[in-house]
Ligand binder design. Sequence first.
Ligand SMILES: Cc1cc2nc3c(=O)[nH]c(=O)nc-3n(C[C@H](O)[C@H](O)[C@H](O)COP(=O)(O)OP(=O)(O)OC[C@H]3O[C@@H](n4cnc5c(N)ncnc54)[C@H](O)[C@@H]3O)c2cc1C
Length: 470
Amino acid sequence: MLTAPAPTKIVVVGGGIAGLSAAHRAVEVARERGIALDLTLLEARDRLGGTISSERVDGFLVEAGPDSFLSEKPWALALCRRLGVEDGLLRTDDRFRKVFVWHRGRLHALPDGFQLLAPTALLPFLTSSLFSLPGKLRMALDLVLPRGSGDDESLGAFVRRRLGAEALERVAQPLVAGIYTADPDDLSLMATMPRFVELERRERSIILGLRRAVRQAPLPGTSGARLSLFVTFADGMERLVTTLAGRLPAGAVELKQRASGLERVGDRWRVVTAEGGRFDADRVVVATEAYAAARLFRYLDPALTTLLEEIPYASAATVSLGYRRGDVPHALDGFGFVVPRREGKALLAGTFSSVKYPHRAPLGHVLIRGFLGGALDAAILAEDDAALVARAGGDLRAALGITGEPVLTRLHRWPASMPQYRVGHLARVETIERALAALSGVRLAGAAYRGVGIADCVRSGEVAAEQLLA
Ligand SMILES: Cc1cc2nc3c(=O)[nH]c(=O)nc-3n(C[C@H](O)[C@H](O)[C@H](O)COP(=O)(O)OP(=O)(O)OC[C@H]3O[C@@H](n4cnc5c(N)ncnc54)[C@H](O)[C@@H]3O)c2cc1C
């Protein structure tokens, strides 16, 4: 009598977007190739999604973590298409593409055409109140400066070298703090914005290179980091999590199972959990934060553990405040603002959430979200919840002239949640991947390695699953 081959057992550790994407892709690939699959996803907490969490409160739609994902990087969007939920996606309202920068007590619009680090449109840049005349002249020096060495350098060093200290302090530092919660003098340019390394290599001048790129693919009224390319779900980012979870085999998800070790058992693997669980597997995807992954490898490969521990993390908090529209005199004619470190404020950034996307606040109200903490201001997160909310509210009052008290207040803390890609990060990741290759049947996925955005995390999970089922 013929017996069916034993199914391939895959255990995914970590139920954030990377782990969920890995699990879902494993199901897809198994189905495509007719592989019998036995899947388990272990999540330490009592909920899936990791840093993705949305909640409806009193008619407001609050995003506790990410509020959108980049559609320019195709992987998350492609996943939404395959899941059949593309129709539920919203684009930002392009009428409000503007981003403001807090400078000397008031909000200045980032000049039209400013592309993250450098200007591409002359007139808005020259007439901008955000930069001093010497600052503008220094930025213009980029047009004639020679190329750098092309080695990995910090974003801070790169911007100072090409565009000057003012461009760094007033734009690059706060924009980057809002995305990577990082110190620009530690952040690897190669690992986070390779496009600028490539621009300098190819075109020498960043301004000329960006202008050429914009001419080839024009974006109306471009300001900031091509923000209109960010999309979200009408009912919040958590939709992606619930949809993915709903496509996994029944019983695959095990919540409140914190993996504490990974062992070799013959030619298979065993994941043990702090709760006493034992999960045997042919293949394992570890999709946790790098420091949590490090612990799993400590007896198998201590050097790999050290490499993983060397990826530092920053903490952050979001404070979502709902106001009556009449209490906010500012036109809120943008997606929000960023705050340079030099301004000495608690907020790193503020997002006009109900302007950026519709239906985030009830009629006659607005929802504004402040971002606190990060690598440059870790100390603030030691303050209690009431103090953080008061700090965020105070800064918003000063920035926007708010007269009334918030009608909604939500604080979410994200301790050790943001991996920091320091200079040399990509070389470290390559070493990690080489070490991992010796442990056949195990892959890493998640924000710690090759991109922190949701689209990158989706890709890392999907690639891990594809490699393990190849
Ligand atoms: C406040 C904030 C705002 C952000 N905004 C955006 C944005 O707008 N757009 C964007 O693209 N990105 C944004 N990001 C980044 C993005 O959300 C994250 O990088 C991404 O969601 C990380 O996904 P992940 O699966 O790698 O990790 P996580 O979401 O951190 O998930 C890891 C999971 O592993 C679990 N885990 C850990 N240890 C164990 C263990 N031992 N056993 C079992 N499970 C374990 C954790 O509980 C967690 O659920 C933001 C991040 C934060 C914190």
